[in-house]
Design a binder for this molecule. Structure first.
Ligand code: C2E
Ligand code: CA
Ligand code: CA
Length: 405
């Protein structure tokens, strides 16, 4: 169970009655010693010396109002998550939410005055599950032996980057819709290494653009080969946020697909939710233009980031991949299941294809299928495999599917 009783809360409101009222509700929800400030300046003063997890922010205050406070919050290193409170109409709240998102702040939601327990509790729940997920899974966890930047540089040139492929299959027809490309490293001494040995270092050292290109080139060539053999598949490639500050990616992607005769509609780029948002202008341009060329865009690891729905709406995504954290054990964990359900319903509203990641058991397959998830990727279907094993696997998969039906 995720828990929010240790959340450090600050209530910013000039109305002492509202502060006490909110504090009382928080107390009923197990949060006992929320701090308070009577305007934005007071809040900033407190934030300079204390860590705050969740900031309840009134919009209309004398002195520094809530809207101005948002701008200052954006400059902080440790930004609290936000709950916006207002006595104004809903449209003001919505605009303030958008503004906060534009400042790259995590808005849990907004509530109207007077606050109610039923309104606050789900926002605290959301905060707790975001925190649990973020703790559970950094974008790529360091693991295995760490390669040095020089080894990575040389290895990219010497073809040590290998691509493994993991199928994505339909929950309704069981048909193979596509594959995700996952980078591996072939090391003469240490054998085959996973991404934890080189992706985090490549990200730190500015080597990601070269690595992404190496993976992409191989993947596109492979799709071309499979197409020649009569296998018409979509291919998903992971991109890092470092790739999205470089307009050359656009040219590279379109030229490589064209050179191999691969239809751009067969290509999906996966971007991890929490990392898209740092500087939004350039990524937004790159992603939008890729989309215009027909390239699909997936939100990867959905649920583990701290971004809000507004941000998701701004980027023309086509697919939403629900992180394994919410699939594993979701049939017995109510909170994981709630995230799973809200991911699916968000995706439906935004008309995105949904993918459940990390499905390992029949039970998990049944659950995600019953919730209307479109595609499944996970060990239950297949582990990532080298290209030359895929055709054999696909034949076997189709054979068992036909037998079952
Ligand atoms: P990801 O994009 O979320 O990829 C899915 C990961 O989950 C893969 O780990 C896959 O092997 C694993 N997985 C799939 N199904 C299951 C399952 O049923 N159970 C369990 N326990 N795990 C499952 P992998 O290959 O180790 O990759 C880890 C991460 O490294 C990827 O997470 C991705 O963020 C990153 N990565 C991999 N290749 C690349 C790449 O070419 N470029 C970039 N930038 N990142 C990459
Ligand atoms: Ca991925
Ligand atoms: Ca993922």
């Amino acid at each position: 169970m995720t828990d929010y009783s240790d959340a450090r809360v600050l209530i910013v409101d000039d109305d002492a009655f509202m502060v006490n009222f909110t504090r009382r509700i928080l107390g009923q929800l197990g949060i006992d010693d929320a701090g308070e400030a009577s305007d934005g300046a007071g809040a900033l003063e407190l934030l300079a010396s204390e860590t705050v997890d969740i900031l309840f922010c009134d919009l209309n205050m004398p002195g520094m109002d809530g809207v101005e406070l948002l701008r200052h919050l954006a400059d902080l290193d440790a930004r609290p998550s936000l709950v916006l409170i207002s006595g104004e109409d809903k449209r003001v709240l919505r605009t303030a939410e958008q503004l906060a998102s534009a400042h790259d702040l995590n808005v849990l939601g907004s509530i109207e005055k007077p606050p109610k327990k039923e309104g606050i509790q789900p926002l605290l729940d959301a905060w707790a599950s975001q925190r649990a997920a973020a703790l559970a899974k950094p974008a790529v966890r360091r693991s295995g032996p760490a390669l040095s930047p020089d080894e990575i540089r040389a290895g990219i040139r010497n073809d040590q980057v290998v691509v493994y492929y993991q199928p994505k299959v339909s929950t309704t027809t069981r048909e193979i819709e596509g594959l995700e490309c996952l980078a591996r490293w072939r090391d003469p001494e240490r054998g085959l290494l996973g991404p934890g040995s080189f992706i985090p270092i490549a990200e730190e050292e500015g080597l990601i653009p070269d690595l992404t290109r190496a993976v992409f080139r191989r993947a596109i060539a492979q799709v071309g080969d499979w197409l020649t053999n009569g296998l018409d598949l979509k291919i998903s490639v992971n991109v890092s946020v470092e790739d999205l500050s470089d307009l050359d990616l656009l040219t590279f992607v379109t030229e490589t697909t064209a050179a191999e005769g691969v239809d751009p509609h067969k290509v999906i780029l996966e971007v991890t939710e929490s990392r898209i948002m740092a500087d939004i202008a350039t990524p937004l341009e790159i992603l939008t233009r890729l989309r215009l060329k027909g390239i699909g865009l997936a939100i990867d690891d959905y649920g583990t980031g701290f971004s809000s729905m507004q941000q998701l709406k701004r980027i023309p995504f086509t697919e939403l991949k629900i992180d394994r954290a919410f699939v594993a054990g979701a049939h017995e964990d109510a909170e994981a299941r709630a995230m799973l359900e809200s991911g699916v319903s968000l995706a439906k509203r935004l008309e995105l294809t949904t993918v459940a990641e990390g499905v390992e058991t029949q039970e998990e397959w049944d659950l995600v299928a019953s919730l209307g998830v479109d595609l499944v990727q996970g060990y239950f279907v297949a582990k990532p495999m080298p290209a030359d094993e895929f055709e054999g696997w696909a034949q076997e998969w189709r054979r068992t599917t036909e037998q079952a039906s």
